[in-house]
Design a protein around this ligand. Structure first.
Ligand code: GLU
Length: 488
């Protein structure tokens, strides 16, 4: 059975690049009715960020991905682990890594290395000056294993390195990149166990992927050069290796790696900017994959059916914000008005707007057709809630008219509207009656409707006057027109 994993290091909030890795692993598992698991790779304790694990999981959940096995959050947002291959947090598996380094030492596929930091630095500098490839020079490879063990037992500081063969090639048959060969002599004798007793990523990833029974390893292309080391480890242990898929880098439009310095990169950033999960997922899925035809709109469920690893591209994926906005607008437009109101609610609360006395469905409807983000909806409808609007008096004057005229027209419509019963206060009724009244008076539509719309919104651009009247209600409409008259 297909079993895939996402194996992030909790060094910060989940990056959108990580979201794509997780998504592809998740989609492959779903497509093949397999299992998707989450493992936490926290062997680099110095880079551990408090709250990182929780953020990774809540971001995946926000996006709609269900974790079948491994690390998850319960309903109180506490970290839990589920499944038979745990623990799924690497710092809780140290004993396991020791057992398997011991095996490699016994097989003489690994050796103790006592070189100091200073010596390693010296070696490196020397290699750099001579324009040689950098890497461990293999000094401790030759120490007699029994003697090395004695020194280690006596407490001498050491690491354990893998003994890479010095001849031949190691091939990676990658599902995305195809057949790639690496010359063994250029591959470093990787440290497997550090001086502090923690494994490096390279040992831990192989041991865990094996014992957690993953069939596919899907990850970023930065790990491709490490893969021959992993393959050698599988061979040393005599374990069957999983299939590998290395995903291309995600870059911005300037072809730079997506980084914080250039804008939003974490899933959290996009949540806070008012992107909806349907849009982010659809957009991210297409950064490196497409169904091979013209279709662009896919729900997560549809992606689960359609996703095909063989259609994943090895070209760098360009993160195009305009396209993301296009998706977001599309999904916002297609939400039911109740759902849209529900999703906007936290954003209104966040910006300090008291929504209690309002029907949000009517308000968000004003912007549903034009906004690209939920935050935009909130920003563009803030005027509806205001108790008092500030006006720029010139804005209230229609371009072909005068201040006097604007004042007069506003007074006339004020009187007209005052006589409309509350029960008829709806766009569908107000619009034809007002238009008819304007015509009967021989006014131009703009003469009346321009100052009215500005009086109701205070804005140069806003939804139309009848939508505004309907959302504001009779009392507020009258009050705003009156205030505007006094401003002119
Ligand atoms: N912890 C690694 C990362 O965050 C995972 C690489 C892998 O999936 O093997 O990039």
């Amino acid at each position: 059975m297909t079993k895939t994993r996402f194996a992030p290091s909790p060094t910060g909030f989940l990056h959108v690049g990580g979201l794509r890795t997780a998504l592809y692993a998740y989609l492959l598992a779903r497509k093949e009715s397999g299992i998707f698991a989450l493992r936490i790779e926290d062997t680099d304790q110095e880079r551990f960020v408090e709250g990182g694990i929780e953020n990774i999981i809540s971001s995946l959940k926000w996006a709609g991905m269900h974790i079948d096995e491994g690390v998850d959050l319960d309903e109180n947002n506490l970290i839990i682990q589920k499944g038979n291959c745990g623990p799924y947090i690497q710092s809780q598996r140290l004993e396991m890594y020791h057992t398997y380094t011991t095996q490699l030492l016994e097989q003489q596929d690994a050796y103790y290395c006592f070189c100091t930091k200073d010596r390693l630095e010296e070696v490196r500098n020397c290699q750099q000056t001579n324009k040689l490839p950098t890497g461990y020079d293999g000094r401790c490879r030759e120490i007699d294993p029994a003697e090395a063990q004695k020194r280690a037992m006596a407490g001498e500081t050491h690491v354990i390195r893998m003994k890479m063969p010095k001849t031949g090639f190691t091939a990676v048959d990658d599902l995305v990149r195809g057949h790639v060969e690496f010359k063994n002599e250029l591959i470093d004798d990787q440290v497997l166990l550090k001086a502090d007793g923690f494994p490096t990523y390279h040992l831990a990833v192989v041991v865990d992927d094996h014992f957690m029974e993953f069939t596919h390893v899907i990850r970023g292309e930065e790990w491709l050069p490490s893969t021959p080391k992993h393959i050698k480890l599988y061979e040393m242990f005599g374990w069957e290796k999983p299939k590998f898929a290395h995903l291309s880098l995600m870059v911005n439009e300037q072809k730079q790696k997506l980084s914080k310095r250039h804008g939003s990169v974490s899933v959290q950033d996009f949540v806070e900017k008012g992107y909806v999960p349907e849009a982010l997922i659809n957009f991210i899925a297409f950064l490196g994959w497409n169904p091979g035809d013209e279709r662009e709109i896919f729900s997560l469920q549809e992606l689960e059916q359609e996703f095909d690893m063989t259609k994943v591209s090895k070209a760098a994926a360009v993160f195009n914000l305009e396209k993301l906005n296009w998706y977001n607008k599309h999904y916002i437009m297609n939400l039911s008005i109740q759902e849209l109101a529900k999703r906007c609610e936290p954003f209104y609360l966040n910006s300090g707007i008291d929504i209690r006395a309002h029907d949000l469905t009517k308000i968000v409807a004003l912007e549903q057709g034009r906004a690209s983000t939920l935050v935009e909806i909130v920003e563009h409808t803030g005027f509806v809630f205001a108790e008092h609007l500030e006006y720029e008096p010139e804005l209230l004057v229609w371009k072909k008219s005068t201040a006097e005229d604007a004042k007069e027209k506003l007074s006339l419509i004020l009187e007209f509207l005052k006589n409309k019963p509350e029960g008829e206060w709806a766009k569908e009724i107000l619009e034809p009656t007002v238009i008819e009244w304007i015509a009967s008076k021989d006014f131009g539509n703009g003469d009346i409707l321009w100052p009215t719309r500005v009086a109701l919104s205070g804005l140069k651009n806003s939804p139309g006057p009848f939508e505004l009247m309907s959302v504001l209600g009779k009392e507020k409409t009258i009050r705003r027109i009156l205030t505007a008259i006094n401003y002119i």
